[in-house]
Design a protein around this ligand. Sequence first.
Ligand SMILES: [Zn+2]
Length: 437
Amino acid sequence: MVILKNVTLYDFKKYLENAFIAFDKKILKVGTMKEYKDYIQDQNKKDYKEIDGKGGIVLPGLVLGHTHIYSTFARGWLTPYNPKSFQDILNQLWWKLDRGLGEEEIYYSGITSGENFLKNGITTVIDHHASGEMISGSLSILKKAVVDKIGLRGIFCFETSDRFNIDECIDENISFYEKMEKEKNKDARGLIGLHASFSLGDDSLKKLSKITKEIPIHVHVGESIEDINWTKNHSGLSILERFQKYDLLREDSIYVHGIYLEKKDFKLIKQTKGLMAFNPSSNMNNGVGLPQVKRTIDLDIPFIVGNDGLGFSLARDYQTLVYSSNINAPNSFNIEYLRKSILYSYKFVSRRLGCLLGSLSEGFESDLMLVPYHSITPMTKENAFGHFVYGILEQLHPKEVWVKGVHRISNYKLLQDISKELKDAKKCAAALWKKIK
Ligand SMILES: [Zn+2]
């Protein structure tokens, strides 16, 4: 058992100053420092480790709502790049990179990103994976690195598209999904990954519809105008109408971006109990516009936030979402919406993984972090979330992180020695660039 004392506890609902939290795999007790002595006396004979948090803030680990771990080895890659459209970005960069990825690249990208996620306070990731040189078995390799080795939780899927062997993509999604469900795995689960409407022909959607039954999908929708135009020209339908035609709109499906979706698409998402995943930094970087946050909120559709594989931080995308949503009118995005989104992200992953995440309450899983934070202005229950958005997110590098009660980051460093893996990862990245130049 670990006892973190002299801390402020904040889980986006509850705010408790001068507190302590005791936990092993699950949270055992939270209380004020006044109650601490009694609690310690009760624990007299038990073996526990005490850590003085020195006034820092304890928060639940964050949920990264959409990412691409396969993009880890893109940083600094010099490749001819002069995109004029979103399709050019895919052709000149991402599709060139992901088709060259095999087992080693998947594993080492998982190791390096896993470490970096933890250092950014992320303990659960929802990943959208693609690797041209290894489809079958690729999700298990990713899980082996991110979940089994580095210790995060993850929800994984393979990006099915007509660029790859469709049957193999579908089979990989289903086998991984079923295996995790059968194990009732609380650390890793699957979804059915689809790249986007414009990269999937009718035969592929038919197959997906027939084989994947009721399993929720994870798909990019309306990230660019090309997706909308192609779908309209091809089928005469909007993107969500086309997916509906093939019975692919399932509860808990994740619809990513949605920049160019029509109102009727959002209504379909609402009706079928799906959710949106916004990634505003990536959208700006790709020059495709911004997500329809207001429409999503007006229709009361839940949303989560991801980084779309652009680095390893979620703090930046939380802030970008606030700033970019306010671009045309002051306070058009009340930060309360972000608080609700974070709470929803915990609800969603708790439901999918079959465990209790996201609250600093007894019985919840011990996925948490300690963040030193010293504010000049007063912090109270009422303004705690404002401090989170404008203060904590500015410098979100937790000093300590636990996942499933296992101490992973201590004094800002990963406790596990992965120096050999990181050395191999460097070699792997260099070899990949040579191979795909
Ligand atoms: Zn994406």
